[in-house]
Design a protein around this ligand. Structure first.
Ligand code: ZN
Ligand code: ZN
Length: 236
């Protein structure tokens, strides 16, 4: 075990504060990543404020963050896909049982025994997992992703949650040229959805309550922007 700097909240009413947290030393299958960037997802805020207490009560202190990009610092002896110096990323999951039908089908996100990146039982150190608002993280290589070297790393971080959340359904439903995609809300996920749908060649219509987001929507690739508080625009 070693320690690293992190930002944590001590209670649902506390701001984030600088702190020190334990991380396991890499086992043979682990990758230790020096974190360079971590996106801020609204799920981080929900968890910090304990707004999901009925389904997933927050254990304090909490270190949020699941849009992680960094550089590989160390790898375990059995790691084959990464070496020190590689750029790597971690999203919402850091482990699963690896043996259930969902895992065998490559759908680890449906594993009944998955480990989330933060606020999830930590089977190595006990307590709960700590997320990406920290200097370093240790993750099984099965849950580490490669980042192409042509991407700007700060901009790539939100792909790990907001990006995959919008990319996955659009791929599933075959968004392509000739299709029309409506994006409701131009926020963390919405702006990613606009960029993906535009890149896939679809016609993109953004619905927003904020007229002042119109320019951004068009700049990001929307073909049309509907202000949803405007009855006439909605009727059209
Ligand atoms: Zn998220
Ligand atoms: Zn599983």
């Amino acid at each position: 075990m070693h320690h690293t700097k992190a930002y944590s909240a001590a209670s649902a009413a506390s701001p984030l504060a600088s702190n020190t947290i334990p991380r396991r030393d890499p086992t043979e299958h682990d990758v230790q990543i020096e974190i360079l960037f971590c996106g801020i997802c609204h799920s981080d805020l929900h968890a910090v404020r304990n707004e999901w207490s009925s389904v997933m009560p927050t254990v304090y202190p909490i270190v949020p963050g699941h849009e992680i990009v960094g550089r590989v610092a160390k790898v375990g002896s059995a790691v084959t896909k990464y070496k020190p110096g590689d750029v790597a990323a971690v999203g919402c999951l850091v482990d699963s049982d690896g043996t259930c039908p969902q895992c065998k089908a490559g759908l680890e996100q449906f594993c009944p025994h998955l480990t989330l990146t933060f606020n999830s039982p930590d089977k190595h150190l006990g307590g709960v997992t700590y997320g990406g608002y920290s200097n370093s993280i240790v993750v099984d290589e099965r849950f580490v992703l490669r980042v192409p070297s042509n991407l700007k790393l700060a901009g790539a971080a939100p792909l790990l949650c907001a990006g995959i959340t919008t990319y996955s359904p659009m791929r599933h439903w075959g968004v392509t040229k000739g299709k029309k995609v409506g994006v409701v809300g131009l926020g963390g996920l919405g702006h990613m959805a606009v960029k993906f749908a535009h890149a896939f060649g679809a016609r993109v219509v953004v619905f927003t309550t904020s007229p002042n987001k119109k320019e951004d929507a068009l700049r990001l690739g929307a073909d049309e922007v509907v202000v949803s508080r405007d009855a006439d625009e909605m009727k059209k």
